[in-house]
Design a protein around this ligand. Sequence first.
Ligand code: 9MR
Length: 371
Amino acid sequence: MGAVIIGKKELKRQQILALDDPHCECIKYPGDKSLKERAAKKKILFGTAIRHPLLSTDKEYARSLIEECSILVSEWGFKWHVYPKPLRPTPQSFDFAAADVMYNFARSHGMKVRGHTLVWYMSLPPWFEKTVNRQNAKDILEKHINTVVGRYRGKMHSWDVVNEAIEPRDGHPNGLRKTPWLEFIGEDYIDLAFRLAHKADPEAMLVYNDYGLVYDRPQDEAKRHAVIKLLKRLKSQGTPIHALGLQAHLDGSETRFNHQILKDFLAQVANLGLKIMVTELDVTDKDLPLDIKVRDRIVAKAYSNYLKVVLEEPAVIAILTWGLNDKHSWLNEFQPRKDGASVRPLPLDAGGKRKFAWNAMARAFDTAPSR
Ligand code: 9MR
């Protein structure tokens, strides 16, 4: 599909079907009830990733978080090193200022908190490359997990202990991504991280989190296969892992979506005794038509299709989007539109108004099977 497409006849067949859907998400959805209330009726938490600096500067943003969410995660605050302040500025020191801003906001409004993320190959501090090696990697990881998880012991809903450890294209026999952790500690770094986190907070739900598990595409199939293999291995060796996190960065222009494949994958995860969380849901519109009504309907349909399958799986306990408001989506910087128009991947528009995507989520929660 080209970058800018104007006119329905140039859309893909599935997208035309989305636009002709009699249950079109553009019809005003009944009732004002928030997403968290609708989700709660099905015993599910709804929430989002937040940009903590906005809490003090954008009151409308803070208000919509309070209105819609029962659980929050910080987009930046718990990463080793990310804007605006690193959590671990030096190997010896930690700075919890950013993490605490989001934690305190969430708790003061009765919301649960997720921690993202303890072990990742990205967002590592500049000192990491110069300092970490085979001799000290375990100690540095241990200090990190003990300090960070220990500080919030008994207070967190869940931790993304290991993030994005699978990349079949890297050629490792078990599909592991080539990361400094793999290089310095070996493949047991994953098990080690979960054991350390469990020791530091025996009550927190511990999650393996990854992307690229949605579509009927060879790369997704390879990743699903490697993730299941990893989860089976961890379960069989007694690793304290409790849930799989599905990032779910969807693509509005991707039509290779197969309900049955996703359903079977979720059932496989559930059969291992694991819970499932959707941790980073959004829909990129970078290759969709410019027309906002058309674009929003296709984005909404992607939310509907995905959530319909996911909410049928009883092991699913939470749905979090990666941002709530289009103005503050990572996709503005990471996947901008070629025509320069603002991206519209989230449930609320840049002015904080509920969009078709919000309607799609509301309907998905309302029509989900009871638990
Ligand atoms: O949205 C996040 C962006 O603002 C950060 O700059 C980036 C690096 O820390 O991470 C983004 O969030 C990622 C998340 O942590 C893991 N899954 C993919 C997310 C989008 O890239």
